[in-house]
Design a protein. Structure first.
Length: 338
């Protein structure tokens, strides 16, 4: 039996030394030192020994079990250490490696133009006003003298969110909000998003407008034209003039459409201006007294002008962009150029 014990002990030592994982060792624990271990199995045969030998053999078995436990524990610590070193190795970072190249971003061309327009008007004493994109019918239509049966109010042109709630179709809503809360003199511009149900090379369902409103005593059409000319020259250069043509808007009287001299041919006529020498920029007019009356501003005392220009159009002309959709596709190859 002693030889048997000896050979089990020797092979256990080899097995423990070769164990690869904590799991292997757990199995060895129950095989060699647990209740149902082979060593305990030997003790069951103790009856075959003489009386004097029995306690001695019991002692040797216990010593062997204690030794094997110690070996298992030592191997366990070894494996933990090896696992830890392997983990560190796998997470090693090469600090001498060159860093990834970062490319710097650039402002969207519309953002650039918005900032430029703001700078021009602020330098002429305007304040910048803001209004919400989600509006009600009062601010988008009723207060702007646009009757219930006006085609612009149709569901096929305007994005309604609810009965009375819509995405503003024009930045003229901000005129209403400013006049509701401020008494003249008023001199503001407002720049922002507008929404209409249209989509082609020169129309996008979301687009940008700049709105101007000036209200004071004695404001007239000449002031409007003068301001437009000053702006257009600052934006496109001294050679570019503006002209106003009679038109109709419900909230201005008289109303006009604004054209500028073609920025490509300077008035000679080309493919951009379709031979006319002029490009359309937006609408303008003198604030209709009805609008003043609705908003509690004395229409006998005050007059005012307003205009609204397409920022996307200005951007396209400034940067020679042929299709409006390019501005909103967010193609990095396009945006990188600005
Ligand atoms: N809101 C008009 C449009 O989107 C443009 C416009 C016309 C704005 C006349 C004005 C204005 O301020 O006075 O078509």
């Amino acid at each position: 039996m002693k030889e048997q014990l000896q050979s089990i002990f020797e092979s256990a030592k080899v097995e423990i030394a070769e164990a690869k994982s904590i799991h292997d060792l757990q199995q060895m624990k129950s095989k060699y030192v647990g209740k149902k271990s082979v060593l305990n199995g030997l003790l069951k045969q103790i009856g075959t020994l003489s009386k004097e030998e029995r306690p001695k053999f019991g002692q040797i078995v216990n010593i062997a079990k204690a030794d094997l436990s110690k070996l298992i524990e030592a191997r366990e610590n070894e494996i933990k250490e090896l696992d830890y070193l392997a983990k560190i190795e796998s997470e090693k970072i090469d600090l001498t490696m060159p860093s990834r190249k970062r490319t710097s971003g650039s402002l969207h061309p519309i953002t650039k133009v918005i900032q430029e327009i703001e700078d021009i008007f602020i330098s002429m004493g305007f304040e910048v006003a803001m209004g919400p994109d989600i509006e009600d019918e009062f601010h988008n239509f009723d207060a702007l003298n646009t009757p219930k049966d006006h085609p612009a109010r149709d569901l096929s042109d305007t994005f309604y969110i609810d009965n009375d709630v819509l995405l503003r179709t024009q930045s003229s809503t901000v005129q209403v909000r400013v006049m509701e809360n401020h008494k003249p003199p008023i001199k503001i511009i407002s720049l922002g998003n507008c929404y209409r149900n249209e989509n082609d090379a020169s129309h996008s369902p979301m687009f940008h407008q700049v709105e101007a409103l000036v209200v004071d005593e004695g404001i007239n059409f000449a002031d409007l034209h003068n301001m437009l000319n000053t702006f257009v020259k600052k934006m496109f250069g001294e050679k570019i003039e503006s002209r106003i043509r009679p038109h109709f808007f419900p909230f201005t009287e008289p109303s006009a459409e604004i054209d500028i001299v073609c920025v490509k041919c300077y008035g000679k006529g080309c493919n951009l201006c379709k031979g006319s020498g002029w490009l359309e920029m937006g609408g303008a007019g003198l604030v209709d007294p009805n609008v003043f009356d609705k908003l509690g501003i004395d229409s006998e005392k005050y007059t005012g002008y307003a205009f609204g220009l397409g920022i996307d159009r200005i951007t396209m002309l400034k940067y020679k962009i042929p299709d409006m959709r390019l501005l909103f596709e967010n193609d990095i190859r396009f945006l990188k150029q600005f």
